[in-house]
Every structure is written in structure tokens, then in C-alpha cells.
Design a binder for this molecule. Structure first.
Ligand SMILES: *Cc1c(COP(=O)(O)O)cnc(C)c1O
Length: 463
């Protein structure tokens, strides 16, 4: 399998090169040259597999430059850290199916990909005699999942900036209580936007970037998308078996177009079994406007009770655009240049119709989100986290005779404030969060400026 850039500016590369490159060198995103279609016979043979076995089958189609036995080891080790035997269990609750993606160490779906990516990085760095210093900014979930993905690993240090006092207490503790020597939490006296701007500027200093082998771990990395494709196929098997029906819909709470893009790839691979994907947004509704009206125009970021979806620029959108534009990289490039200039893209009716062949979309307000948590709990006794609730509400709006599978992207205990607001009770705390307050913490408090962060990285980087 060879990989190309959405903007057409790189020579085809291998899977291993793709993982280490992250963002394509021409500024585009990396995609496989073609998406393998899984024929019916093979699909049938996958049905009885365990989650890690299925992951091995799916990933080996894309990661064909890794020996299968090595890939198997990386996958099985990644999912050994999950606290449920099914890894991603699918449970029927009231009118919908819930795909629980929060059984990893940090209780959000990002663990599904980042536990694997941490193993993969370590493997590739060792093989190629390289070192990497990961630098990233987080508003909450990505930081802790990335830290848990690489803590204690060889040849990798990780530096995560978070806005001091501006992430939820649970989220902060999940990061700062990891005291492995290769983990550096930088609490920045500023906002998330400040953190992101600092990281962006440091990555822009190419001399510094090369000298310190800076690496990124955000959702532009193809390996993250790929690892997420697996749970769509997994859930499709579980629910079609249980319901005796060959078609399903998925509802996906999304901000970056990351998780739902993985669903789109799964849909391309297994064909019409995935009938539609429901794209659920909170009040940051740029993607909903895109699907429903062909209007992809930037608004102001609004803070909501589902903060991991408070995003306006959807970093994986460009990957989808490549397919919408019939795999024409020149059109993608033009569109992205225009978007950078005007903050807006418009789509013709025929294009919007094409989008709607795969996606329906709805934006869910904060009041609706709280009401959904409340009603769902009253009807089923099951507590939704606010992100999952956005997906459930949108999913219910597009329910027909087909089973609706709603992705549960976080455990409710990660967002106790929203749950308390909706239900008046605290969600039960799972073992992963027990005693969090009593564990030793380690973090560095820094001003919101580039120089002190750069100095800190230079002092503590692997070289
Ligand atoms: C990151 C995150 C999302 C959104 O994921 P996308 O990559 O934007 O699709 C949704 N819910 C939770 C809990 C998250 O952490």
C-alpha cells in the first residue's frame, strides 16, 4: 500500500513513512492511494474474530510493510490495557445501540488509537535508530490519551501544554499525575489558544524542529484514523448479528471530522452495510452547515459542556474533501488556499447531494444535550457523557427502521459537572480515576510565551 498527499505534492510513500511524517510535507494530509474493498466472503470470515484479531486483519491491509507477527504484537499489547474483555463493547440501551469506546486508560475513545500509536512509534524509532520529542497542546482529552500512549517508552519524550486552571480538574489530574521521566506537563498561564499558538510557532521554526526531532500526535496522523476504522466494522458485526438485519446507521459526535472520517473509510471498505453516518455537532456547527447547506464557513469558537468538540477548523475535513472532489489533489489544494484566505468554502447543490448520500447531520444545543442525558437516564438507567449525548440526540433525529449505533466517546465520570447539572447526581467513578487527587503530581508552570517553552523543551529533549 502506497500513500499520497491530499495536495498531490509528495512522491508516494510507505505506511511506516506515513506514520513518522504525520502531516504531509506539502502541507496536505496523507491518505492511502486506494481504499481496499473487503469482499463478502472475507467479511464473513472476519465475523467471529475478537477485537484485537479483527484489528490485525484491518490494519494489515494498510500496514503491509510491517511483518504480520510484529503488527500483531503491537495491537495485542495496545488493547491489553483496556478494562473490558470486548475492548469496545456494544450494548443495547432503549432505542439505540451504544458503542462504548471509553474502556481505555484515560476513559475516552482517543485511547483506542493512541495506545496503538504509542506502541507503533516506539517500534519504528527503535527499528530506525531514531528519537522523537512529541510536542502538543491540549484542551483536555487528547493530552492525557497521548501521555498514556507513550509514558515509560524508549526513545520518546512527550511535552504537552495545557492551559493552567482551564481544563477540568479530572482532565488536569489525569495528565499531571503521570510522573514517568519521559513525560513533561507544561501548565501554561494562558488559554488553550495561547498553547496552540506557541506549539504552532515552535513547529514553524524548522531548524529547532529538526534539531530536536519534534513529532506530533494529533489526529492528522493516518495511523490514528486507521485504528478507529476497526470499531465501526466491529460494531457492524455485533449489531447485525443481534438484530438479524444487514444494514446499520452510526451516529458520531465530532468536531475535527476525525472519528466520523474513520467511519467513512469503514463504509467504503464494507460497502452498503453502513447505510448512513450521522454527523453530530454541538453549537460549534460548521460541519452541520456543510452537510446540510454546503456552507463551510468559520464562526467563533463557543465554549460548551462538550468541550472536546469545541472546534471550528476540522483538521480531518481535508481528507474528506479529497474524495468529494473525486480524488483531484489540485482542487483540494485550491480549496484549502481559498479557505485559508477567506475562512469559507461553498459547495454546489450537486456536491451537497453527494455528501448527503453518506452523511446526515444535526447540531445539538447545550439545553438539548442536558435534556437528553436526563431523559436517557430516566428511560434506561444509563448515564451518557455530554459528547455521547450530542450523538444520541442527533441519532434519534435520524432513526428509521435500521439499528442506530451511537458512539460513546467518553465515560461520564470524565465530565461530572455536566452530568451533575443534568441529573443532580455525580456519575460513579471508575477505578481508573480512583484516588486521583491523592497521587503525586508533576508539572511545570510556565508563562504563555514561546521562549520559555522552547528553552524547557531544549533542556529536556532527547537528542
Ligand atoms: C476528541 C473527542 C471528540 C471529537 O473527536 P473528533 O476527532 O473531533 O471526531 C468527541 N468526544 C470526546 C469525548 C472526545 O475526546
Amino acid at each position: 500500500m502506497r500513500y499520497i498527499s491530499t495536495r498531490g505534492g509528495i512522491n508516494p510513500i510507505s505506511f511506516k513513512e506515513t506514520v513518522l511524517m504525520g502531516l504531509a510535507e506539502d502541507g496536505g494530509l496523507i491518505l492511502p492511494e486506494s481504499i481496499p474493498v473487503v469482499e463478502e466472503k472475507k467479511l464473513k470470515s472476519w465475523r467471529g474474530l475478537s477485537y484485537p484479531e479483527l484489528a490485525l486483519e484491518v490494519l494489515s491491509l494498510f500496514a503491509d510493510d510491517l511483518p504480520r507477527s510484529h503488527l500483531k504484537e503491537l495491537i495485542f499489547k495496545a488493547y491489553a490495557s483496556f478494562d473490558h474483555p470486548d475492548i469496545c463493547p456494544v450494548v443495547k440501551k432503549g432505542p439505540v445501540w451504544i458503542l462504548e469506546l471509553f474502556h481505555g486508560p484515560t476513559l475516552a475513545f482517543k485511547d483506542v488509537a493512541l495506545q496503538f500509536l504509542g506502541n507503533l512509534f516506539e517500534y519504528l524509532l527503535r527499528e530506525q535508530g531514531l528519537k522523537m520529542n512529541i510536542l502538543g497542546a491540549t484542551s483536555g482529552d487528547t493530552g492525557s490519551a497521548a501521555i498514556y500512549g507513550v509514558k515509560g517508552r524508549q526513545n520518546i519524550n512527550i511535552f504537552i501544554l495545557h492551559p493552567h486552571g482551564r481544563v477540568s480538574p479530572v482532565q488536569a489530574l489525569q495528565m499531571t499525575t503521570v510522573t514517568d521521566p519521559n513525560v513533561f506537563n507544561l501548565a501554561v498561564k494562558g488559554t488553550f489558544d495561547d498553547c496552540q499558538a506557541i506549539v504552532k510557532e515552535i513547529f514553524g521554526d524548522l531548524t529547532f524542529k529538526r534539531k530536536y526531532h519534534l513529532g506530533a500526535i494529533n489526529s492528522i496522523n493516518w495511523a490514528r484514523v486507521l485504528a478507529q476504522v476497526v470499531y465501526y466494522i466491529w460494531a457492524y458485526f455485533r449489531v447485525t448479528e443481534a438484530e438479524g438485519i444487514e444494514y446499520v446507521r452510526f451516529s458520531v459526535p465530532t468536531g475535527n471530522f476525525g472519528d466520523i472520517f474513520a467511519g467513512y473509510i469503514a463504509k467504503k471498505m464494507i460497502g452498503k452495510g453502513i447505510e448512513h453516518l450521522i454527523l453530530a455537532t454541538n453549537e460549534n456547527d460548521i460541519l452541520t452547515r456543510f452537510v446540510n447547506q454546503g456552507d463551510y464557513s468559520l464562526g467563533q469558537v463557543k465554549s460548551t459542556i462538550s468541550p472536546s468538540m469545541d472546534i471550528q477548523i476540522a483538521s480531518n475535513f481535508e481528507r474528506y474533501l479529497y474524495y468529494l472532489y473525486d480524488e483531484d489533489p489540485m482542487r483540494v489544494k485550491e480549496a484549502m488556499v481559498q479557505f485559508a484566505r477567506k475562512g469559507k468554502l461553498s459547495f454546489e447543490k450537486a456536491e451537497t447531494q453527494k455528501v448527503q448520500e453518506d452523511f446526515y447531520s444535526r447540531s445539538v444545543s447545550q439545553e438539548e444535550t442536558l435534556a437528553t442525558i436526563k431523559q436517557f437516564y430516566a428511560e434506561t438507567g444509563y448515564i451518557l457523557d455530554p459528547h455521547t449525548a450530542v450523538g444520541v440526540r442527533a441519532g434519534l433525529a435520524f432513526r428509521n427502521h435500521l439499528p442506530m449505533i451511537c458512539l460513546a466517546t467518553a465515560h461520564p465520570a470524565k465530565f461530572p459537572e455536566a452530568v451533575k447539572k443534568a441529573l443532580g447526581i455525580d456519575p460513579p467513578r471508575p477505578a481508573a480515576l480512583a484516588e486521583l487527587e491523592n497521587r503525586p503530581q508533576r508539572f511545570e508552570l510556565l508563562p504563555a510565551e514561546v521562549k520559555p517553552v522552547k528553552d524547557f523543551v531544549a533542556q529536556h529533549a532527547l537528542t
